[in-house]
Write a protein that binds this ligand. Structure first.
Ligand SMILES: Cc1cc2nc3c(=O)[nH]c(=O)nc-3n(C[C@H](O)[C@H](O)[C@H](O)COP(=O)(O)OP(=O)(O)OC[C@H]3O[C@@H](n4cnc5c(N)ncnc54)[C@H](O)[C@@H]3O)c2cc1C
Length: 387
């Protein structure tokens, strides 16, 4: 069997979150990474295709949350990459109603029809409300405010799922209420290619870097205390200290990627793949915010405030990488501490060692201590107790 390719960090997925993790790692001097991407190009849910001679976006189309006090980082990236966008004025949409022949309705007729529809919906609600108050049995059954996790979870699914979000919507509160449609022949993905130029080798707008492996589907992640081993569909093996996994909730809920040992909590029996998570905080449904050992989860679904948005993916990529860098620093600290602890009795001996033996001992600082101690035991005559 082919021996595993080795690197510091394996990144699974080259959508906005996966690419952002590679960017932040590179900014912190860590370029020894491999990016494994199942699709034939980068972008994930940011993807364009040619249709009838024009480019259409199959995934994300808007940059939502612009014009506020705080700048949306994806809007910043769009400006830096000269992405062509246009303002979406939703209040105008009601006046721009076309018939099947392509003829626009006069704005007065459109406005009247809209007003009539809203008025009739309000009337309907009012009359239903009135009926409720006359019907004592319905009044008695009026549900109380949801309190328990299960009540909160069901309330969230019934009222906020799909288009609605829990008010206030962080995207608009934090970044502003305006939205811009990406209207660029190069696609929304152009922003990702421009970003990738900073940390991957490119030539004539194409990524040529061998650290990016396209058409590479990850099927297994083995993880243990000291590292991870990733197996891809074609049987290739990749070994690293850490893995960052940016696959979506849908992929995580399928059995596409198996984990050894299994993840602590993930229902995957038949008919259980689609489930509701009940938490004491309403709307708190982002499961994978904490790493599991050496597996770090990222992606829009791990963003507490901006899940479902491109900027959610981008910001989660930054947060996850910062958490990983922090863990690496802690890991280094732990290693140094255990080296110092193990070296204490050794250093006490160095006074009586020959110069060659003393060099051997000091070089232990740079090496894998337990293994070195084991290999050097007979030469240095170390006491059994420190092995
Ligand atoms: C139709 C649609 C419209 C949208 N519209 C908007 C919008 O207008 N504005 C907005 O802000 N957001 C929008 N979004 C949401 C936005 O596109 C996503 O939130 C964001 O792109 C997610 O980025 P990500 O990196 O978290 O995940 P992804 O983009 O899903 O990246 C994950 C990557 O992992 C790869 N992968 C998965 N499994 C494996 C595996 N086993 N091995 C290797 N690789 C794997 C995938 O191929 C993918 O490239 C829309 C989404 C969709 C689907």
């Amino acid at each position: 069997m082919e021996s595993p390719r080795r690197c510091s960090v394996i990144i699974v997925g080259a959508g906005i979150s996966g690419l952002t993790t590679a960017k932040v790692l590179s900014e912190n001097g860590l370029d020894d990474v491999v990016i494994l991407e199942a699709a034939d190009k980068i972008g994930g849910r940011i993807r364009k295709e040619e249709f009838g001679g024009v480019m259409v976006e199959l995934g994300a189309g808007w940059i939502a949350g612009v014009g506020g006090k705080q700048s949306n980082p994806v809007w910043e990236l769009a400006l830096q990459s000269n992405l062509r966008t246009c303002f979406s004025d939703y209040s105008n949409a009601r006046y721009n109603i076309y018939d099947h022949s392509g003829k626009i309705f006069p704005s007065g007729i459109a406005a009247d029809s809209y007003k009539k529809a809203v008025d009739s919906a309000i009337q309907k609600l009012k009359s239903e409300e009135g009926n409720h108050y006359h019907d004592a049995s319905i009044l008695a059954e009026t549900p109380s405010t949801p309190k328990t996790p299960i009540e909160l979870a069901i309330d969230f699914i019934l009222h906020d799922f799909e288009m609605a979000e829990v008010e206030p919507i962080s995207t608009y509160v934090d970044f502003g209420e305006r939205e811009f449609l990406v209207a660029d022949e190069r696609g929304y993905e152009h922003l990702l290619y421009k970003m990738a130029e900073n940390f991957l080798f490119t030539s004539e707008g194409k990524i040529t870097d061998s650290r990016l492996k396209l058409n590479t589907v990850v099927r297994e992640v083995q993880h243990w205390r000291n590292g991870v081993l990733v197996t891809t569909e074609d049987g290739s093996l990749y070994e690293a200290n850490y893995v960052i996994l940016s696959a979506s909730i849908g992929v995580l809920q399928s059995d596409l990627i198996s984990f050894t040992p299994p993840l602590p909590f993930w229902p995957c029996e038949p008919e259980k793949e689609f489930f509701i998570y009940a938490h004491e905080r309403r709307g708190y449904y982002t499961f994978w915010q904490e790493p599991v050992g050496r597996i770090f989860f990222t992606g829009e679904h791990t963003s507490e405030k901006f899940s479902g948005y491109v900027h959610g993916g981008y910001l989660s990529g930054i947060d996850t990488t910062n958490a990983l860098l922090e863990e690496m620093r802690r890991d280094d600290g732990r290693k140094n501490e255990s080296q110092a602890f193990l070296l204490e009795p050794l250093l006490a001996l160095t006074g009586s060692l020959t110069s060659t033996q003393a060099e051997t001992v000091s070089s232990l600082h740079k090496c894998d201590i337990p293994r070195q101690l084991f290999l050097s035991n007979s030469k240095l005559g170390l006491p059994e107790a420190i092995l």
